[in-house]
Design a protein. Structure first.
Length: 73
C-alpha cells in the first residue's frame, strides 16, 4: 500500500532559509516535531509519507512523516 502525503502552509516564513531555521530549532534527537490542531483522520496511512511545505503558493520543501503523538496542551 502506498503512503499518503500532506501539505502544510509555512505561516510566518518569508523564504526557504527561514523555514529551514525554524525546523532546525525544533529538531531534537534527529527529528523535528510539527504541530497541528487536529490529528489527521488517516494518520496511520501518512506514516512513511511526506509533509510538503507550501510558501507563496509553491511546494518548497519536503519533510518525512515519522509518526504522530498527542499533547495535553
Amino acid at each position: 500500500m502506498a503512503s499518503l502525503h500532506i501539505t502544510k502552509v509555512a505561516v510566518g516564513c518569508t523564504n526557504l532559509e527561514m523555514l529551514a531555521e525554524r525546523i532546525a530549532e525544533r529538531a531534537a534527537q534527529g527529528w523535528a516535531p510539527v504541530y497541528t490542531r487536529h490529528r489527521p483522520t488517516r494518520a496511520d496511512e501518512l506514516i512513511g509519507g511526506s509533509l510538503f511545505w507550501i510558501l507563496h503558493h509553491r511546494l518548497i520543501a519536503r519533510q518525512a512523516i515519522l509518526g504522530f503523538d498527542t499533547s495535553e496542551e
